[in-house]
Design a protein around this ligand. Structure first.
Ligand code: ADP
Length: 569
C-alpha cells in the first residue's frame, strides 16, 4: 500500500521511553540494554538533560580493552553535533517514511532525533513501524481510528471524575473505567509515597478489569521495583515486554509474571513526586508512545486531585485543632472568671464595711469611693468575660418567658438615669407607645438593652440625646436604641461586633473592654434575632434589634449546635 501524501513530522512520534543510560550505570548494564532493544547508540541523561551519546562499538571496545568500570559520563561528553552527520541522527521535522528509509540505509534500529543541535529524543524502528501500520490501515491495527478523539474524551471524563471525589480508590476505579476506552488495560494501580522521604510506596488502590480480587500487595520498596524506578527517576516508563526487561523481571507488580506490558507515570506536583499511576496489559507490545502521553496527562489530574484532597484534610484537621484550643480556652476562662468573681464579691463586701467606717472622714471616703468604682469596673469586665466564655462553650441556655418590652425598656432607662445625668445626656422614650409582648429571656434581653443604652450614653456628648423605642413589624419585635453622639465610621461598623474591638470614634475617653457588642450580638443570635446598625460620624448611631415574637422550636436545637464561626471573631 502507498503511504499517504501528507506525512507527519517525526517530532510527533518520537519516543520518550527509557532508551537512555544513566551516568551511574555500568557499561555491562548499558550494553545489555542496547542488545535488548537492538540499538547502536544511546543518549546518556542526567536529571532529564542529555549529556551526550554513547555508541555500542565504543562501549564494547572499552570493555574489552580497559576495565569495565569506565566513566560513562565522560564517554558521553561527545558533543551531539559530532553525530549530526551520522546516519543515526535525524532532524525532528523529518517525515516518518524518510526516517524509515534512513534507518534501513544505516542498518540501525533507533534514530536520535535532533533539533537545533540538541538531542531531543529517540525513535525506534518498532515505534515507527507501529505508527506507519496504524496510519496506513486506518488505525485498525490497534484500536478504532477515532483514537485521538477517544483520548480527548477520556481526558475530559478523567478531569471531571478526579475533581468530583476526594476518595482516591473511587477516583482510580472511575479513571480506569474511562481509560479502557482508549487504552488496553488489564490492571491498574495507584501507589502513593506516604511521606516525602519514605523508602516505601504504599499501594493505595489496585483495580483489575477482568478479574475479581487481586493479589495482596500492600507495600513496595522503592529499590528494585518498577514503580520505585518511576518514583525515583520521576520519569514515565513504557515497557513493551516485561519478559525481556531484565531490570524489572522479578518486580512484584508483575503479579507472578502475568503482566507483559506496562505504562507508568509518576504523580508529580511541583517538585514533589507523590506516587505512581500504572496500567498493565497481559499481552506484550500493548502500548504506544501516545498512550504514555495520555497516562502522563491522567497522572497530572490525579496529582492535582491528591493535592486538593490532602489540602482539605489538612484544613479540616486544623479547624478541629483550633476548635479544641478554643474549647480549652473557653473552659479555662469560664472557671477562672467564676473564681475571680467570687473573690471580688468578698472584696466588694469589705469595701461596703469600709464605706460605713469611713464616716465623716473625707479623705478616707474618697479613697473608699475610688476603690468601690475600680472594683465594680473590674466586676463588669469579669462578668463579661465569664459570659463570653460560656457563650463560646454554648453553656448559656435561655430561659424564655413572656415579657413586656416596654416595661423592660423603661426599667433599663431608669437604671441608667444616674449615668446619663453625669454625662449630661438626655434619655427619652415614646411615652404613648403601648406594651409589646414577646417570648424572650428577661435577664439576657436586659443585658442586651443595657449594653446598647450605656454605649449610647458613653459615646455621646454633653447635651446629647438617647432614645429607646419599640414596635411590632409582622412577627417581629423591633427594639431601637438611637443616639446623636459621636457616630461610627463606615469601615468600623462591622468590626465593632468583633471581640475586644474598640475604635477611636470618640474624641472622649470612654471606658470599656470591647466585649459588650460581641456578647450582645451572640445573645441576640441565641434568641433567633439579628442586630442592625446605622451610623454616621458626628451625627449619631441607631442600633436596631429584631427578635421573633414567638420562639421557634428549631432555635432550641440551634443553641446546642456549634455556632457558625464569625469572621474575625
Ligand atoms: P466597649 O463599649 O466596652 O468598648 P462595645 O463592644 O460595647 O465595647 O463597643 C465596641 C466599640 O463600638 C466601642 O469601643 C465604640 O468605639 C463603638 N460603639 C459602640 N456603641 C457606640 C455608639 N452608640 N456610638 C459610637 N460608638 C459606639
Amino acid at each position: 500500500m502507498e503511504p499517504p501524501a501528507v506525512l507527519m513530522p517525526l517530532r510527533r512520534w518520537m519516543t520518550s521511553d527509557p532508551l537512555t543510560a544513566g551516568p551511574s550505570e555500568t557499561l555491562r548494564e548499558v550494553l545489555q540494554r542496547m542488545r535488548r532493544h537492538r540499538v547502536d547508540v544511546l543518549p546518556v541523561t542526567l536529571g532529564g538533560s542529555v549529556l551526550g551519546l554513547v555508541r555500542c562499538t565504543d562501549l564494547l571496545h572499552r570493555t574489552m580493552t580497559e576495565d569495565a568500570s569506565a566513566d560513562l559520563q565522560a564517554m558521553a561528553r561527545l558533543p551531539v553535533a559530532d553525530f549530526l552527520s551520522d546516519a543515526v541522527c535525524v532532524p525532528a521535522d523529518l517525515t516518518e517514511v524518510e526516517a524509515l528509509r534512513r534507518m534501513r540505509a544505516a542498518g540501525v534500529a533507533v534514530l536520535c532525533v535532533v533539533e537545533g543541535g540538541r538531542l531531543i529524543g529517540t525513535l525506534s524502528e518498532g515505534d515507527l513501524a507501529g505508527f506507519l501500520i496504524e496510519r496506513w490501515t486506518g488505525g485498525s491495527a490497534r484500536r478504532a481510528s477515532s483514537r485521538s478523539g477517544n483520548q480527548l474524551d477520556v481526558l475530559l471524563r478523567v478531569a471531571r471524575e478526579s475533581s468530583r471525589s476526594l476518595e482516591l480508590a473511587t477516583i482510580l476505579q472511575e479513571i480506569t473505567r474511562h481509560a479502557v476506552a482508549a487504552l488496553p488495560i488489564d490492571q491498574s494501580a495507584l501507589l502513593l509515597l506516604p511521606a516525602k522521604d519514605s523508602p516505601l510506596l504504599v499501594v493505595h488502590s489496585l483495580y483489575s478489569i477482568q478479574e475479581e480480587g487481586h493479589p495482596p500487595l500492600e507495600e513496595l520498596s522503592l529499590e528494585g521495583t518498577l514503580s520505585g524506578w518511576v518514583t525515583l527517576q520521576r520519569r514515565s516508563l513504557r515497557i513493551d515486554d516485561l519478559d525481556r526487561e531484565a531490570r524489572f523481571h522479578d518486580s512484584p507488580e508483575r503479579f507472578s509474571g502475568r503482566m507483559r506490558s506496562l505504562v507508568s507515570a509518576p504523580l508529580l506536583f511541583r517538585d514533589e513526586c507523590l506516587g505512581v499511576l500504572n496500567f498493565w496489559c497481559h499481552r506484550p507490545h500493548a502500548y504506544l508512545d501516545s498512550d504514555l502521553e495520555l497516562v502522563e496527562l491522567i497522572a497530572g489530574h490525579i496529582s492535582a486531585a491528591i493535592q486538593s484532597a490532602r489540602r482539605v484534610e489538612r484544613e479540616q484537621r486544623l479547624v478541629e485543632e483550633l476548635r479544641e484550643v478554643n474549647r480549652i480556652q473557653d473552659e479555662f476562662l469560664a472557671v477562672a472568671t467564676h473564681d475571680l468573681r467570687n473573690a471580688l464579691q468578698g472584696v466588694l463586701a469589705y469595701i461596703g464595711i469600709l464605706a460605713v467606717r469611713a464616716g465623716d472622714d473625707p479623705v478616707l471616703a474618697e479613697l473608699v469611693g475610688n476603690l468601690a468604682s475600680a472594683s465594680s469596673g473590674m466586676k463588669t469586665l469579669i462578668t463579661d468575660l465569664h459570659d463570653l466564655a460560656r457563650l463560646g462553650m454554648r453553656a448559656i441556655r435561655l430561659h424564655p418567658t413572656r415579657l413586656d418590652l416596654k416595661k423592660l425598656a423603661l426599667s433599663v432607662l431608669d437604671q441608667h438615669a444616674e449615668f446619663a445625668r453625669e454625662e449630661e445626656v438626655h434619655l427619652t422614650w415614646p411615652e404613648h407607645e403601648p406594651s409589646l409582648f414577646l417570648e424572650a429571656d428577661p435577664v439576657r434581653l436586659r443585658q442586651v438593652l443595657s449594653n446598647l443604652v450605656s454605649n449610647a450614653i458613653k459615646y455621646n456628648r454633653p447635651g446629647g440625646r438617647v432614645e429607646v423605642r419599640w414596635r411590632q413589624e409582622d412577627q417581629e419585635a423591633v427594639l431601637e436604641v438611637w443616639d446623636n453622639g459621636v457616630g461610627i465610621k463606615p469601615e468600623h461598623q462591622e468590626a465593632i461586633f468583633d471581640l475586644f474591638r474598640r475604635v477611636a470614634s470618640s474624641s472622649r475617653k470612654a471606658e470599656g473592654s470591647g466585649l459588650g457588642l460581641t456578647i450582645t450580638r451572640q445573645l441576640v443570635d441565641l434568641h433567633g434575632g439579628r442586630i442592625e446598625l446605622n451610623s454616621e460620624v458626628d451625627r449619631g448611631s441607631l442600633f436596631r434589634v429584631r427578635l421573633p415574637l414567638h420562639r421557634i422550636p428549631e432555635q432550641e436545637r440551634a443553641i446546642l449546635e456549634p455556632l457558625p464561626p464569625r469572621p474575625g471573631a
